[in-house]
Design a binder for this molecule. Structure first.
Ligand SMILES: Cc1cc2nc3c(=O)[nH]c(=O)nc-3n(C[C@H](O)[C@H](O)[C@H](O)COP(=O)(O)OP(=O)(O)OC[C@H]3O[C@@H](n4cnc5c(N)ncnc54)[C@H](O)[C@@H]3O)c2cc1C
Length: 396
């Protein structure tokens, strides 16, 4: 038992609860999938080969749809996610619909993405199983434009107009969420576009978080300056009398950040070691709990220790596990042992559910595959849990 209290019983090793919504066949498929992605060479060779085959129009979409896509994505459209949303709902886990089309860089595609995200807001309004909406800022504007602003490079008149359109898209999504009383997460990205994202997020929070935390910015605690940013943003929110929304993550771009810093000769923004990231992560969570009446907290993590610490602190501080200001969150297809056991013990849990056409979500799927080979222990842990559940089912 991880956490035990007179009211709450939480055990992350309970695989019966973790995999309750997986049939024997689904479990077998997940087993083979995680076995495959744990193979570094296979992922290294498979990634360019899959891209090549997709670009040639070879009929491999069906294979992808039934394997890696099925594990990590909800469906190709909002309606196509309905079943997956209901399955999570049966385990008291809510959904964050994440339109995961990446790599498009035209004004038309940014408008389309904005329109699609507004549709997720409209859907969230009528479906209580959707806890949050989400967007990635560079899905709504050119990455290089964000980078230019971040680097304080003067914009041309045309670029200024372009950025006004990015601003208008972001504002329209945050306003729609405010009107619908739906919370919205702003994902964090690479450090050389993040100041611009942070400025936009702060502005949206100041505008729409007067009565409650609607807009959430993301703090990447693998950066050694982000615990201080979180505290500074909270101090600012207090002076301006608005609620802070804080999604706390470790950060997804460590290798890229380090390589770029080395190449360009500036100090890496990332902690020197994992312990540094872990320590700041747990401190950030505790800081949010210290101020929970004025902070909306989402702990986006697959780390058992951090999830345990948060659960334990909620209990120790006598905060209701159902406090609407606190959510645990994981990605679809990963760490179901955390999601379903936390939800089973009464905590608020949400899962990112990426969706979109198979070809367009491939960058997201490659990242998941790579993360599962490179993140020490995660795949091993997923596999160990699946094997444990397979054994348990055989014995019953
Ligand atoms: C719901 C949710 C939303 C997310 N949203 C975002 C987002 O908006 N932006 C984003 O960037 N990421 C996001 N992520 C991904 C997240 O940042 C992590 O990459 C991922 O969750 C793995 O970290 P972990 O906390 O789950 O646990 P762990 O597996 O314990 O930690 C792995 C992480 O620790 C850090 N780390 C590992 N080794 C070292 C080292 N040697 N030195 C320093 N740090 C190290 C890295 O950040 C690495 O990803 C999200 C994750 C979830 C679950």
């Amino acid at each position: 038992m991880i956490v035990e209290d007179s009211q709450v019983k939480l055990d992350f090793d309970n695989t019966e609860i973790a995999f309750r919504n997986k049939s024997d066949n689904d479990l077998e498929k997940a087993y083979w999938l995680f076995k495959m992605v744990s193979n570094n060479t296979l992922i290294k060779v498979g990634t360019p080969l899959t891209n090549f085959a997709l670009n040639l129009g070879l009929p491999i979409q069906g294979i992808i749809r039934n394997t890696i896509y099925k594990q990590f994505c909800g469906g190709e459209s909002i309606q196509g996610c309905k079943r997956a949303i209901e399955e999570l709902g049966q385990g008291n886990v809510t959904t964050i619909l994440d339109y995961s089309v990446e790599g498009e860089e035209t004004e038309e595609s940014f408008d389309l993405t904005c329109k699609e995200i507004l549709q997720t807001v409209a859907y969230a309004k009528v479906n209580p199983l959707i806890a949050f909406c989400v967007f990635k800022p560079t899905g709504l504007g050119r990455f290089d434009l964000f980078a230019k602003i971040d680097g304080k490079v003067p914009l041309t008149t045309q670029e200024k107009e372009e950025f006004e359109r990015v601003h208008a898209r972001i504002d329209s999504i945050c306003k729609a969420c405010f009107d619908a009383k739906i919370k919205i997460l702003i994902d964090a990205e690479h450090s050389w576009v993040q100041d611009t994202i942070d400025d936009l997020a702060r502005e949206m929070m100041e505008k729409y978080n007067k009565e409650n935390a609607i807009v959430y910015n993301t703090y990447q605690l693998y950066r050694h300056d982000k615990l201080a940013s979180l505290k500074a943003d909270f101090a600012y929110a207090q002076t301006q009398n608005f609620f802070l929304g804080a999604k706390i993550v470790r950060g997804a771009y460590m290798e890229i950040e380090r390589a770029r810093a080395a190449e360009k000769g500036y100090p890496s923004p990332i902690h020197e070691d994992k312990e540094g990231s872990d320590q700041d992560y747990n401190e950030a969570i505790a800081f949010c709990l210290d101020h929970i009446s004025r902070v909306g907290l989402m702990a986006g993590t697959h780390n058992e220790e951090s999830s345990k610490i948060l659960a334990q602190q909620i209990i120790d501080r006598e905060i209701s596990p159902k406090n609407p200001h606190i959510f645990f969150a994981q990605l679809l297809g990963m760490s179901d042992n955390l999601s379903f056991n936390l939800a089973g013990a009464g905590f608020n849990v949400a899962k990112y559910m990426p969706y979109g056409p198979v070809k367009s979500v491939m960058p997201y799927l490659f990242r998941r595959a790579q993360e599962n080979t490179s993140v020490g222990g995660q795949t091993g842990r997923e596999l160990a849990l699946i094997i444990k559940e397979k054994k348990r089912r055989k014995q019953n």
